[in-house]
Design a protein around this ligand. Structure first.
Ligand code: BTN
Length: 242
């Protein structure tokens, strides 16, 4: 596999898009020490200061229909949880679809971008941002109540290179398990780490909000919420409030 290791980039997602365009193969990875304009979901910025976190994009080219793309985000979330667990002994929680929390604060975000035609995924770029060695004072004021890092929660700094290694091993294992046996085994793992299942939540989508009980995810990785009338809604993309 190819690993592109960069010092400063605007966004590893952007670099990955360029590499995809140039024909990069499955498993190509882009890692940067710093991102000048790291991107999050919903057009948000992702704070990516130098030498403190893991800012990485992974290119996959699964031979699958586009509707399966959300599953790859969920696979990645499970891989990150397992890697953090192995490195620290702490078990983070997953907030659907892709926030990873420690003690209720965000430690990792995942951003999945896909190029596809009507029936096949051409490529999928999975961006992973892990806050590793930041201290609270490294965060801008407005992020302090909601963001954390592994070092803050664990009490000491971690070797980023080691965490990257562990993460890539986990990701590769889960991805082959998925290609081999489908989504079901991943879904069980994912649900075992998810916080919102069984709880009352509000999902804010671009078209409005849905409140109700989170029932779980479908086999495609879509969130199911049952409202107070017993109607089950399928949510493809939203922000969740607990
Ligand atoms: C989110 O929670 O909104 C997703 C954040 C994703 C951040 C990562 S860092 C590496 C990759 N490059 C980016 O610009 N964004 C993703």
């Amino acid at each position: 596999r190819h690993i592109h290791s960069e010092d400063v980039v605007d966004s590893t997602q952007k670099v990955a898009h360029r590499l995809v365009f140039e024909g990069a193969s499955e498993g190509t990875i882009i890692i940067a020490e710093e991102q000048l304009s790291g991107r999050g979901r919903m057009d948000r910025k992702w704070h990516s200061p130098k030498y403190t976190g893991i800012w990485m994009s992974v290119i996959l080219r699964p031979n699958l229909p586009p509707a399966k793309a959300p599953q790859l985000t969920l696979i990645t979330a499970v891989a990150v949880v397992q890697a953090i667990e192995e490195m620290t002994g702490m078990t983070p929680e997953i907030k659907w679809p892709n926030d990873i929390l420690l003690n209720g604060k965000k430690v990792t975000g995942i951003l999945t971008e896909m190029q596809a035609d009507a029936d096949r995924i051409q490529s999928i770029i999975i961006g992973i941002g892990i806050n590793v060695n930041q201290q609270l004072e490294d965060y801008p004021e407005e992020l302090r109540p909601i963001a954390t890092s592994l070092a803050i929660e664990y009490g000491k700094k971690l070797e980023r290179a080691e965490l990257i290694k562990v993460l890539l091993v986990k990701l590769e294992k889960l991805y082959s398990l998925y290609l081999d046996q489908g989504f079901y085994p991943i879904k069980l793992l994912w649900e075992s780490y998810a916080i919102s299942i069984g709880k009352n939540i509000t999902a804010r989508t671009i078209t409005g909000s849905i409140s109700g009980q989170a029932l779980g995810i479908t086999d495609d990785g879509v969130l199911m919420i049952e409202d107070s009338h017993g109607i089950v809604h399928h949510v493809y993309s939203a922000d969740i409030e607990l």
